[in-house]
Design a protein around this ligand. Structure first.
Ligand code: A3P
Length: 278
């Protein structure tokens, strides 16, 4: 970092803080790394991002914009207000509502290899369910395979969000592709610096998230961030619920899933003009 950019990356203190509607949103995809991207952007001096998912455009819309603004953090002049709700991308109601708020809003979509995302979604739901009752949760393989046809059940709730192309079409009816930025969720795990830098560029904010802010934790097995607390420096990681160990999947089911997602992935690559090589 040059002295100029160091100066640029100091916390903004001009004017008085205010509440406003977001200029940028992380809209999904759930279990693709949305929490990590939120966590990293939260450190950026030009970003004020809500700590929790507000779910305004899917579930709380009737509360109105004033209510929404109140849920969002205060921002100084020059700071972007942001929010992350990972179900916006695949929810049917959200697109035109977001467009009505602002046709210029910048939309960030974290995507991950669709089978990995599906497994992650399964583990998340299984954990939530077992907190509430003792009934044994079905195996992953039974969840994704239709018992009558023996094929992948494309209507299953953990499969649907992974069919990125179908959801993308809905967004492209309202927004030009330039309004959307796709984060490679696989690379976000391996090289968050690179993915965050691309997001900084997309958002048009200075490059403040330098390489030294990211530290790999060998105990966690993921990257964490360095935070200054007064004079002390500390390392902060995402909670235990992020970065779970995935089970081994039956190879026959794995093959069926690969065959199922391949054509959707190819359509997705064509539509966005970029391949993820899944
Ligand atoms: P797993 O828990 O399946 O590994 P989301 O935040 O959208 O729910 O996504 C969760 C996923 O973010 C995790 O899925 C994990 O792989 C990924 N991830 C990316 N960077 C991470 C990080 N620094 N720490 C923990 N998980 C991270």
């Amino acid at each position: 970092q040059t002295p100029d950019s160091l100066q640029l990356c100091k916390k903004l203190k001009e004017g008085s803080p205010r509440k406003k509607l977001p200029e940028a949103l992380i809209i999904g995809v759930r279990k693709a790394g949305t929490g990590a991207m939120r966590f990293y952007l939260d450190m950026h001096p030009y970003v004020e991002i809500a700590n929790a998912e507000i779910s305004f455009f899917d579930f709380e819309y009737e509360n109105g914009y004033e209510w929404y603004k109140n849920q969002l953090p205060m921002a100084m002049q020059g700071q972007l207000t942001m929010e992350k709700t990972s179900n916006y991308f695949h929810n049917k109601k959200t697109v035109d509502r977001i467009y009505n708020m602002s046709s210029a809003v910048k939309l960030i979509v974290v995507v991950r290899e669709p089978i990995e995302r599906t497994v992650s979604d399964y583990l998340q739901r299984k954990l939530k369910k077992s907190e509430n009752d003792d009934i044994e949760y079905p195996k992953f393989e039974d969840f994704v395979i239709d018992q009558t046809t023996g094929e992948v059940d494309g209507s299953e709730k953990i499969i649907k969000p992974s069919i990125y192309y179908k959801h993308l079409l809905k967004w492209l009816k309202y927004f030009p592709l330039e309004n959307l930025h796709f984060v490679d969720g696989g690379n976000l795990i391996l090289n968050p610096y690179e993915e965050v830098k691309k997001v900084e560029r997309f958002l048009g904010i200075p490059h403040c998230m330098t390489q030294d802010k990211f530290v790999f934790s060998s105990t966690k097995g993921f990257y964490c961030v360095k935070k200054n607390k007064g004079r002390r420096e500390e390392t902060k990681c995402l909670p235990e619920t992020k970065g779970r160990r995935h089970p081994l999947i039956d190879p026959v089911v794995m093959r069926k899933l690969k065959d199922f997602f391949r054509p959707w992935n190819e359509k997705f690559y064509r539509a966005i003009g970029r391949s993820f090589h899944w």
